[in-house]
Every structure is written in structure tokens, then in C-alpha cells.
Design a protein around this ligand. Structure first.
Ligand code: SF4
Ligand code: SF4
Length: 364
């Protein structure tokens, strides 16, 4: 399905080159309806929490085991987490991202968090199933074929075990992280997930600060990854939670900060509005530091194309995208994707803009 006004193509990105009023951009019922639907979630205010500094595997390039946070003590008392969640609610946090190292190792703490804060997501490697007592979205990381996982993550039959644990679970979204070396493997993974009725979205390897390994993307791997994403989105529309604009934003030669301006405190220590004011990244000892706060700490900002970063950085840029119908629809598709990936019960709509359009102010 395409919108009547949707005129942009990859070859002529600025076919809508005139001044548009906002009322014109939302004149079509489908567009207005989509804006109203995503708008209901504008109340979400996130923070992130390292639940444990232990992990049952050790992956090459893991950002958790970079920097200081891996050495923090662990708060293992559920009562301390309950108090923290209540305090977070008090200061306006409505959405929690529970992450690493590996949160499935502390299921009692996840359950306590869910009792106090019912909206959120857990980032897991999926080897150990998280009990239903944590009714959050569960993001299961996939880094390539079984052979690649064995090599980089040192874990055997990883995808098979992940599927076994989460097939048919409405919480589960598999997150395929593209590196320069696993682009061709994504098709096999998507096919396996589609066959088992699982949902899939995409992430980009974003190098930790000081990383010198071979997983850092190159201009060529970025463009191959974009083609693979668009191809898989077309081939498995029921499985893949993504949009053409997601592919553009996350495979551009410039990272998310250069394209959209990241407002996490770590990038903008002086910002005292919105995300810059409310966002905190807690370590396992329940401490937090403003200067280190972002959803993927210790990632190298110029190389940041991480899906978790985009959910805040791109979705926050409504007005920047209100410049022409295709960019506005593309932004709506991005937000729609974000909600389908991150919020329980939100079903992905049909993408409104089918052509990749460039981010405002940039080329493709
Ligand atoms: S599973 Fe996650 S936390 Fe554990 S080593 Fe791998 S990337 Fe790091
Ligand atoms: S790593 Fe990404 S999300 Fe974090 S501060 Fe840098 S640009 Fe922002």
C-alpha cells in the first residue's frame, strides 16, 4: 500500500521540495491516524539498569565488558530494586530497559522490577529463558549463523536454543546485529525465524570506545547492510519489524549523533530538558553518573548506529521530519517500528513510505 502523495524515490529524494504546512502533512486519514496512535506513547520516559555484571558467555566486542561499569558491586537484594523502581516512578520514569551483562541470571530482580514498573524491555542473549513473571518485551541478541555465534560468542547452537526458549512468546523480538562479516548470514536467520513464527528487528554493531577489532563497519559494509535489510523487509514482512527509513538512518555513512544530534546526557552534558534531564543509566550497585549516561555506554559516539540509541534519538525529532510528506511518513514508520519492538501489545502498522528517503539535511 502506498500513500497518494508519496513521491520520493531513491533516485529523486527531493521530489517534495516545497514548504509544507503541518496540517497538509497530516491531511490524509492514514497519516493522521498513525500520528494519533503513536502519540499515545509520548509519555514514555526511559532509564536503563544493569541488573548483573555476570554473563554466561563472553562475546567479542561486548560493550558491557569495556570501561568501569563491569567492576561495580552487585545489588542482589530484591527490596533494594523495589525501592529503586518506586523512586524512579516518583521522578517520572515510565519505561525501564533492563540490561547487562546478562539479566536472565537474576529472574527474581526482573520480577520485582515488573511489579513496580510494568513497561519496559530486557536485553538478553536468550540462552536461559526468562520466566513469565517479567512481562516486558524481551530482546534476544543474534550475531549471525550458528557457526559465527560459535566463533564470536563461543556458544554452540545459539539460535536453536534461543528459538526453543522463545518461540510463540509474545514478549520476544530477535535482534540481529549486523557486522561487516555476517551480512550474508542474515537471510538464513530470518528464514529460520519466519518458519517458527518469531519476530525480528535489526541492530548495527557500533564500536566501543578504543575498539580496534574487525567488527567496525566500513562504507562498503554499511551499504551492503542497507541492501540486506531492505531485501529482508520485503521478503519477510510478517517477521521483520523495520522500515526503509530505519535502514537509512542506521546504515548512513554518518552515525546517529551526526545525523540527528543525540540528546543523551553523555553526549550533551549541559542539556537539562527532556531526555537530558530524566535519563539515567544505573550500574549494578544502583549508582549512576550523569557524564556516563546513555543507553549504550562506552560506545564510540561517532560510530553509534545502535538500535537502542535510535529509538530515542530519531523518535525525538518529529519537527525536523515535518518538512515534506515522505520524510514525515518515514519518521512515523520509524516511531511505529520503535513501539512495536519496545512496547508490549503494540502491533506494527503497515509502513507508510516504501522508498528509502534521506534524513533531513543529508543525502542517502
Ligand atoms: S551476551 Fe551480551 S553481555 Fe554477555 S558477553 Fe555477549 S554481548 Fe556481552
Ligand atoms: S553512544 Fe550513541 S546513544 Fe550514547 S551518547 Fe553516544 S551517540 Fe548518544
Amino acid at each position: 500500500m502506498g500513500l497518494k502523495h508519496s513521491t520520493a524515490t531513491a533516485a529523486s529524494p527531493d521530489a517534495n521540495d516545497r514548504e509544507w504546512k503541518f496540517s497538509e502533512l497530516i491531511a490524509e486519514l492514514t497519516v493522521r491516524g498513525r500520528l494519533e496512535r503513536v502519540r499515545r506513547y509520548f509519555f514514555l520516559r526511559e532509564s536503563t539498569y544493569d541488573m548483573t555484571c555476570r554473563c554466561n558467555i563472553r562475546c567479542e566486542g561486548c560493550y558491557y565488558f569495556e570501561g568501569e561499569k563491569q567492576h561495580a558491586a552487585e545489588a542482589r537484594d530484591p527490596a533494594a530494586w523495589r525501592d529503586l523502581m518506586r523512586a524512579e516512578r516518583e521522578r517520572g520514569i515510565t519505561y525501564v530497559v533492563l540490561a547487562g551483562a546478562e539479566p536472565s541470571l537474576v529472574p527474581d530482580l526482573l520480577a520485582v522490577c515488573f511489579e513496580e514498573m510494568p513497561l519496559g524491555a530486557i536485553a538478553t542473549n536468550g540462552i536461559q529463558r526468562i520466566p513469565d513473571s517479567a512481562g516486558y518485551k524481551i530482546h534476544i541478541s543474534v550475531w549471525g549463523s550458528e557457526e559465527t555465534s560459535l566463533r564470536i560468542r563461543k556458544a554452540r547452537d545459539m539460535l536453536a536454543r534461543q528459538i526453543e526458549n522463545y518461540q510463540g512468546d509474545p514478549r520476544a523480538v530477535f535482534v540481529y546485529t549486523f557486522t561487516p562479516h555476517n551480512i550474508a548470514e542474515a537471510g538464513g536467520v530470518a528464514e529460520a525465524l519466519a518458519r517458527r513464527g518469531c519476530r525480528l528487528t535489526f541492530n548495527m554493531f557500533s564500536a566501543p570506545v578504543g575498539y580496534t577489532g574487525t567488527l567496525r563497519h566500513t562504507p562498503q559494509s554499511l551499504s551492503c547492510t542497507r541492501r540486506a535489510m531492505l531485501d529482508l523487509l520485503g521478503r519477510y514482512p510478517e517477521t521483520v519489524l523495520y522500515s526503509p527509513y530505519n535502514a537509512v538512518a542506521h546504515t548512513h555513512r554518518l552515525g546517529l549523533n551526526d545525523l540527528f544530534g543525540c540528546s543523551y546526557p553523555r553526549c550533551n552534558p549541559s542539556t537539562d530538558i527532556g531526555l537530558g534531564r530524566s535519563f539515567r543509566q544505573y550500574r549494578t550497585d544502583l549508582s549512576w553518573r550523569r557524564e556516563a549516561a546513555c543507553c549504550v555506554p562506552d560506545t564510540d559516539c561517532p560510530d553509534c548506529r545502535h538500535y537502542a540509541a535510535g529509538s530515542a534519538v530519531v523518535t525525538a525529532r518529529l519537527f525536523r521530519h515535518a518538512c515534506d510528506p515522505d520524510r514525515f511518513c518515514s519518521w512515523l514508520d520509524y516511531v511505529d517500528t520503535y513501539l512495536a519492538v519496545w512496547v508490549m501489545g503494540y502491533a506494527k502498522g503497515i509502513n507508510l513510505c516504501h522508498a528509502p528517503v534521506p534524513p533531513p539535511g543529508f543525502d542517502l
